[in-house]
Design a binder for this molecule. Structure first.
Ligand code: HDD
Length: 668
């Protein structure tokens, strides 16, 4: 079966869609309902009567609306799209969607935070899930990754411990969606395999500007297997076309109140506008013969293969081009499973990967109420499903065959496919032991590599993050334990954190100076496209200048919103947001187009000063410079003023942030 774009999945979903209509209401049994506002009662002021089947059905359905939220990754947002292949990978894999460039494979992606409940804020310091379901013609392939390339632990058996430590503490369920508390840092100090991932968590990667500006990683080493049965190790990478960009911590704290749905809304609005998020799928390939050529173990999920050692090869592009129509039916009920692979893709013995192979199917059985969840529209493969598995809760199909066993001589049955999935024939030989390989022992070298690879502003942000987090830890012994590990990562990191905590950094061993420049976010693709710009206006603004600027920015794909002290219009320009209803934190950049009125308003000067503090591009046209003066900006890096600022301002916005500004004099 060949699929053209996501049409095939669309057509399949069409069969299950219930469009809005204004036909008369019925019960679930199809009986028309004449009144849904009043329960059946004995007399006008009498008790409700049991035989009111409509009341009973309506309330029962309401009582059962919730399913268990995911144990982790409870909060998420999804989108449909398609994957197209750049070049056939026939020498590496037999997977059809990776060998035929004429096939466009439908996908569904769910992005998520990890620690928070379903209703928690989007912009917390956390890992982001990046899970992709490829509906290939050979069955579903799920790439269940994160936006960090490593993980906290090396063995699946530690996952409940880790999750219990980072989740709210069990006695009072505080704090929500935060790692800044004793149990998380206690786990870190006692389990140093977490340290590399903790460095990522303390970096700006943990507060992405957008799901559209975030990398994704399969984390583990997987295998590609070609038609001849030959295997190659592979690491999966998603690279966003818009570059990898982050928010800043102070901004994040304010966004949580201003717009808890910040990342979810951003994804939704971009797709509604037709600004479809795009990601390259890249692979790092290692021949089986080179398995032991590295200083780390390829099976250790707390290690990356630095791009400088094994370059990334882009093999295809994913475009997200359609929003779901029903959050529950699609985004909540989607069930990912690391074990969903197609011929040509296989696993390795990474003990974390192996643990995950058990957990995902197990969790879906509870969350989705039984073994028939693959029949739910969002989970249903496009490939035909034929087997003798039957019955169970919520079976939707009526299997007509009189036999549900194989082999059978009565009604055909399902013969084994000649070209079915064949597991890679890896030779395995060993004694049963509960022990980790010594090749998993080094917990510091790559944490140091990460630190060494950061620019100076990224290092400052990491130190500030450690201080925020450890500043929320009550027990001094835990802080000291963490400091001990930081000293083994880098003396500069340890001493700066120790100073802030008023503690002494212990002496660590000598650390290496190797860096991997690809890990830094300092040099990213730049684009003004989809960046959100606030244009501050007030009565008296030169509307002509604003319109001209807006047109030039929008031609390049920017999204401009007019923010003014009141709703309605300023001159003949419609106001999008009222100044008291928004804050600078939900924008990427600000243009001041009036100073006469706005410089008298504390809210307006704060708007500009705050945007400056968060490193954002600031523009001024006309009397807008007066507003900048009133905001007392302590510098002019990324500040563009003049009559024709469109081009230089667009370039400043595309630069994302100006982190080298000295903002120490601005209020915290
Ligand atoms: Fe997991 C959900 C990613 C380790 C057990 N995981 C889940 C999701 C993502 C990841 C993106 C959300 C999927 C969705 O949107 O529905 N998990 C990872 C990555 C890991 C990882 C990249 C390490 C490399 N996970 C991991 C381990 C275990 C689990 C070691 C258990 C042994 N993960 C689960 C789960 C979840 C889950 C409990 C919760 C909800 C779900 O599966 O569907 O089974």
């Amino acid at each position: 079966m060949k699929q053209q774009g996501d049409d095939a999945k669309n057509r399949q979903l069409d069969e299950d869609r219930v469009p809005a209509d204004d036909l008369p209401m019925t019960t679930d049994q199809g009986v028309r309902v004449d009144d849904t506002d009043n329960s059946l009662r004995a007399g006008l002021r009498g008790p409700t009567i049991m035989e009111d089947f409509h009341f009973r059905e309506k309330i029962t359905r309401f009582d059962h609306e919730r399913i268990p939220e995911r144990v982790v990754h409870a909060r998420g947002a999804g989108a449909y799209g398609e994957f197209e292949l750049y070049e056939p990978l026939t020498d590496l894999t037999s997977a059809r969607f990776l060998t035929d460039t004429s096939v466009r494979t439908p996908v569904f992606v769910r992005f998520s935070t990890v620690g928070g409940s379903r209703g928690s804020a989007d912009t917390v310091r956390d890992v982001r899930g990046f899970a992709t379901k490829f509906y290939t013609s050979e069955g579903n392939f799920d790439l269940v990754g994160n936006n960090f390339p490593v993980f906290f632990i090396q063995d699946g058996v530690k996952f409940p411990d880790f999750v219990h430590a980072v989740k709210p503490e069990p006695h009072n369920e505080i704090p929500q969606a935060q790692s800044a508390h004793d149990t998380f840092w206690d786990f870190v100090q006692l389990q140093p395999e977490t340290l590399h991932m903790v460095m990522w968590l303390m970096s700006d990667r943990a507060i992405p500007r957008s799901f559209r500006m975030m990398q994704g990683f399969g984390v583990h080493t997987f295998r590609l297997v070609n038609a001849a049965g030959e295997a190659t190790f592979v690491k999966w990478h998603w690279r966003p076309k818009l570059g990898t960009h982050s928010l800043v911590w102070d901004e994040v704290l304010r966004i949580q109140g201003n717009d808890p749905d910040f990342n979810r809304r951003d994804l939704w609005e971009a797709i509604e506008r037709g600004a479809f998020p795009e990601y390259d799928l890249c692979v790092q390939l290692v021949p089986e013969s080179s398995e032991h050529d590295f200083e780390f173990d390829l099976l250790d999920p707390t290690k990356i293969i630095p791009e400088e050692l094994v370059p990334l090869r882009p093999i295809g592009k994913m475009t997200l081009n359609r929003n779901p129509q029903n959050f529950f039916a699609e985004t909540e009920q989607v069930a990912f499973h690391l074990g969903n692979v197609v011929p040509g893709i296989d696993f390795t013995n990474d003990p974390l990967l192996q643990g995950r192979l058990f957990s995902y199917l197990d969790t879906q059985l509870l969350r989705l109420g039984g073994p028939n969840f693959p029949q739910i529209p969002i989970n249903r493969p496009l490939a035909d499903v034929r087997n003798d598995q039957r019955d169970g809760f919520h079976q939707h199909l009526i299997h007509e065959s009189r036999t549900s066993y194989a082999p059978n001589s009565i009604s055909g049955g399902h013969p084994a496919a000649t070209e079915g999935y064949r597991h890679y024939q890896e030779r395995v030989d060993g004694s049963k032991i509960r022990k980790r390989s010594p090749s998993f022992d080094d917990h510091y070298s790559q944490a140091t590599l990460f630190w060494n690879s950061m620019s100076s502003w990224e290092k400052e942000h990491i130190v500030a993050a450690f201080l925020f987090e450890l500043g929320h830890v009550e027990r001094r012994t835990i802080k000291e334990g963490v400091l001990g590990h930081l000293a083994s990562i880098h003396p500069d990191l340890a001493s700066q954190v120790a100073r802030g905590l008023g503690l002494q950094a212990p002496q660590g061993p000598r650390v290496h100076a190797t860096a991997s420049p690809a890990l830094s976010q300092a040099d990213q693709p730049r684009s003004v496209a989809t960046r959100k710009i606030a244009i501050l206006m007030a009565d008296g603004t030169d509307a002509g200048a604003v319109k001209a600027l807006r047109q030039r920015l929008e031609e390049q794909g920017a999204i401009c919103e007019v923010v003014a002290p009141h709703e309605g219009r300023v001159a003949d320009v419609p106001v999008d947001r009222q100044l008291s209803a928004v804050n600078s934190v939900v924008y990427d950049a600000v243009v001041a187009s009036d100073g006469a009125v706005l410089s008298q308003l504390g809210r307006a000067t704060f708007f500009v000063a705050e945007a400056f503090k968060h490193g954002k591009a600031i523009g001024a046209v006309g009397t807008g410079t007066l507003l900048l003066d009133a905001a007392r900006l302590p510098g002019d890096q990324g500040v563009v003023k003049g009559d024709d600022i469109a081009q230089p301002f667009a370039e400043a916005v595309a630069a994302h942030r100006f982190f080298d500004r000295d903002v120490t004099t601005l209020p915290a």
